[in-house]
Design a protein around this ligand. Sequence first.
Ligand SMILES: [Zn+2]
Ligand SMILES: [Zn+2]
Length: 377
Amino acid sequence: MKTRAAVLHEMGATTPYSESKPLTIETLDLSEPQENEVLIKIKATGLCHSDLSVINGSRPRPMPMVLGHEAAGEIVQIGDRVTDYEIGDHVVCTFIPSCGHCIPCKEGRPALCETGAASNATGEMIEGGYRLQSEKDDVMHHLLGVAGFSDYAVVSTNSIVKVDKDIPFEKVAIFGCAVITGIGAVINTARVRSGSTVAVIGLGGIGLNAIMGAKLAGASEIIALDINEDKFDLAKKLGATAVFNSSDDNIVEAVKDYVQGGVDFAFETAGVVPAMDVAYKITKRGGTTTSTGLPDPKHEFAFPQVTLAAEERTIKGSYVGSCVPDRDIPHFIKLYKQGRLPVDELLTDTLSLDDINEGFDRLARGEAARLVVTMDN
Ligand SMILES: [Zn+2]
Ligand SMILES: [Zn+2]
């Protein structure tokens, strides 16, 4: 069948993207789903910094590639061996397919699936190969096994979670990446305790979710930091008890004055070394600093090693919020429906597939928490 999709042919385009247009909307051929795959009519796909990192080349992927991973839609066809899903199911895509058989999967850490990491690196499906083709290109790669900026997508059942049908697609899509990554970092990775103090550096989609997660966990102080003060109002609305401009020269002293000695848990969500540096320095003795961002692979973070032992400090990494998607996405959706996770506040705007380059300009400029492309199929 045919599908309209946003294709990236070359990384590193100049900004603004509204002029360089790195993503082109093309009509591609899409194969039938294989045994353990489904065909999804995509309804909504969020614009995420992970897509932007491929566009600007800081996280290189094989080209050409259809981007988009924070996707939601309806199953319209199932492969021969699919038993857990049926036509008409609403699903959210997850961006690490998990095979269920490798050691990390068996340990209950599907975010670290070795088979999924390998297929994501080569831009293939976890079952192997590609399902998209164009007339011009021999191979068309899939971003993270999803390739969600498309009217339709063939996706492995290892990459989807069934969700309630009564939530609009443009909202439920956000649960697939931003929500599980941000809230998961707080709840699953760092295991924030009620009454503890928290700081979140970087107030994009992940950081704002980390704030909601900290509120959910019962943090006594939730300090929000960003270089862009326009984000402070939303951060406060979602639960931040104090806001600081992280580019201030005396930011470390200011936070340590506000919370005596620093915070119990600091979260870096900006994916840049200066943010991690602030996060580590404002973590108190005995505290935990968690990194969720994905910086340029060449960038290195340095810190005084003595602090690890002498201050019993912990540094953690959190990938996809250490989530088990089948467990956590339905759980977070339940909290959302109870009014305890105001995910609606994160949806800045919806746009059409044709306006996707302008959307990435807005994301790159930090103007939006979440922008979501909605398909009019
Ligand atoms: Zn993402
Ligand atoms: Zn696995």
